[in-house]
Design a protein around this ligand. Structure first.
Ligand SMILES: NC(=O)c1ccc[n+]([C@@H]2O[C@H](COP(=O)([O-])OP(=O)(O)OC[C@H]3O[C@@H](n4cnc5c(N)ncnc54)[C@H](OP(=O)(O)O)[C@@H]3O)[C@@H](O)[C@H]2O)c1
Length: 324
């Protein structure tokens, strides 16, 4: 009953333009701007991607409820630091990536900013996600947000996420909202947020989250979370899309996955990424290997059949590989 009431409240908020006041994608201005406010993203569109128009090396975009467009494949940079991180980002941008995911906790925001500035790719073409962390950062969020802006040094941040729920998360989110008003951050999202906490959270903030980044892979599919967030107009993004370091070979060598890969003449990694995208989930695979980076953005010249999608759906075993 409580959940039903909360859901109704959220739908009413969506109907009355409870959303960000952004100005459309930097490279493709949103023409639907009404007095600085945007209607929520179409509920159907956040989980349905334009895969037919994707090309290897050029991922299609999804329109967020903030009005901005975000590529549906990007590079994850967790555990990449120093020169390794910088060259991975440079390789990704060179091979067509336009989405980079980082976080304060990865300790690599400065290197990512440096790579972006050196890449020669116009800033407006690149979508950068970063995150602030519970604890000291949520206690003093303005300082934490400014620190990310300074470290990245790329004029503005496309998307800032709260890394996971914690004390002062509403306060931290509201601080990000102020940076959105000032044009220093464009969209806001959450990470490691589930059905239990989303409705009460969004009832307390002014800008609807545009994205939720959660652990999602064939062994942990979030079959109820994904459609629930989609109904709220929130894009879902998979972290650990291959299961995460230490778990990738189990997924890559899974018999169902290798059989499908062989049938299409592609790698297991490509099958897994294509599965994420066909079920409406954006992915940010991590890699420092230029060949893998290239492979991971080359998933637009084959399509999984409905039977193959169903076969991968049966692999779910509610097996989480991290604690968030
Ligand atoms: N919000 C959160 O709480 C949270 C938590 C964790 C991670 N994340 C984000 O999600 C991103 C993805 O997670 P992740 O990088 O930890 O795990 P992942 O993407 O599931 O797996 C990365 C591993 O896969 C390997 N790999 C990548 N492409 C491959 C390919 N084509 N063939 C074979 N192996 C391949 C990589 O090795 P090579 O380097 O050799 O390619 C690396 O060991 C992170 O980088 C981070 O940005 C967010």
């Amino acid at each position: 009953m409580k959940n039903l009431l909360l859901s109704i409240l959220v739908m009413i908020m969506l109907l009355f333009g409870f959303t960000a006041c952004n100005k459309g994608n930097s490279s493709e201005p949103n023409t639907g701007d009404v007095g600085g406010k945007h209607p929520p993203a179409s509920v159907a569109s956040v989980g349905t991607f334009d895969l037919e128009n994707g090309q290897n090396g050029k991922a299609p975009t999804v329109t967020l409820n903030s009005g901005y467009k975000m590529p549906i494949l990007g590079l994850g940079t967790y555990s990449l630091t120093g020169e390794t991180c910088k060259s991975a980002v440079l390789s990704a941008l060179e091979q067509g990536y336009r989405l980079i995911d980082t976080a304060y906790m990865y300790g690599n925001e400065a290197e990512i900013g440096e790579a972006i500035r050196q890449s020669g790719v116009p800033r407006e073409e690149i979508f950068v996600i970063t995150k602030i962390y519970p604890g000291a950062q949520f206690t003093n969020p303005e300082q934490a947000i400014q620190q990310s802006l300074d470290k990245l040094d790329i004029d503005y941040i496309d998307m800032m996420l709260l890394h996971h729920p914690g004390t002062n998360d509403v306060k931290a989110y509201k601080a990000i909202e102020k940076f959105v008003e000032q044009g220093k951050i464009r969209s806001i999202g959450l990470s490691n947020w589930y059905i239990e906490e989303i409705d009460s959270f969004i009832a307390q903030v002014n800008i609807m989250p545009a994205l939720i980044q959660n652990e999602i892979h064939p062994y942990y599919q979030e079959k109820t979370v994904v459609p629930y967030m989609h109904k709220l107009g929130i894009v879902m993004q998979a972290w650990y899309p291959f299961g995460g370091r230490g778990h990738t070979s189990a997924i890559f060598n899974n018999h169902t996955i290798t059989q499908i890969a062989n049938a299409h003449g592609v790698s297991s990694a490509q099958v897994v990424l294509r599965w994420h995208l066909q079920r409406g989930v954006v992915a940010i695979p991590g890699s420092s290997n230029p060949a893998h980076i290239g492979e991971n953005i080359s998933v637009f010249d084959f399509e999984l059949t409905q039977a193959e999608m169903t076969a991968i759906a049966t692999l779910d075993r509610n097996e989480k590989h991290d604690w968030y």
